[in-house]
Design a protein around this ligand. Sequence first.
Ligand code: ADP
Ligand code: ADP
Length: 226
Amino acid sequence: MAEVGLSGVRKVYPGGFEAVKSVDLRIGDGKLCVLVGPSGCGKSTLLRMIAGLEAVTAGEISIGGQIVNDREPAERDIAMVFQNYALYPHMSVYDNMAYGLRNRRVPKPEIDRKVREAATALSIEAMLSRKPHQLSGGQRQRVAMGRAIVRDPKVFLFDEPLSNLDAKLRVQMRIELRRLQRHLGTTSVYVTHDQLEAMTLADELVVMNAGRLEQIGTPMEVYEKP
Ligand code: ADP
Ligand code: ADP
């Protein structure tokens, strides 16, 4: 079980700007929740607070029923995927995907199995020996996702992961990501400013504006409302 809960979560940045204004949200186990809204509305800030990369000013964040406010990012059992991939340029695809598991001293055969399984699920099994610069943008984003998958986290956090890709590839990756998330059943929070992307991906859609959650519901409920 990996419900994500936010209760009265606020963020005031040093200098006094209130980027997130007392947010309450519950994301069901295994659901893909999309936070959509214009640039600057506080989506990334909210995601980074769930990840533990940004401290909350007030409120509580829970993952799987445990309050995680005092936990470091590495102790929260989450994996994050960014738009800029953040791959290690000098490492092979295999090593990029294995890196986090090696750090945690996961046994080698298990690392090998997980890396190969993820690579197969993402159709990059033929690329394992390549370096990131020998890959296309779409392939690099697959590696970034592979690195998240092998960790078997309770929660995936996606920060505009497809926004660097061209339109056609973005549509294709969106479909694949949706299928993969369903297959794995991992609770996910996905941030985007793209309404079409939000509609296609979301089980639960959250429309954010100026630091507040304006609407919460299924894509049908949110977009078909008069
Ligand atoms: P979004 O992801 O929706 O584009 P962000 O969460 O990145 O929005 O930013 C929300 C608001 O907080 C913006 O007005 C931004 O300028 C401000 N902000 C983001 N990070 C910082 C920071 N480190 N210090 C001060 N203000 C910040
Ligand atoms: P070490 O140097 O730590 O002993 P190896 O390079 O021998 O590790 O790799 C151990 C296993 O990891 C190999 O048996 C192989 O299955 C897998 N492996 C490592 N690098 C690659 C790669 N570039 N492509 C495919 N598999 C790899």
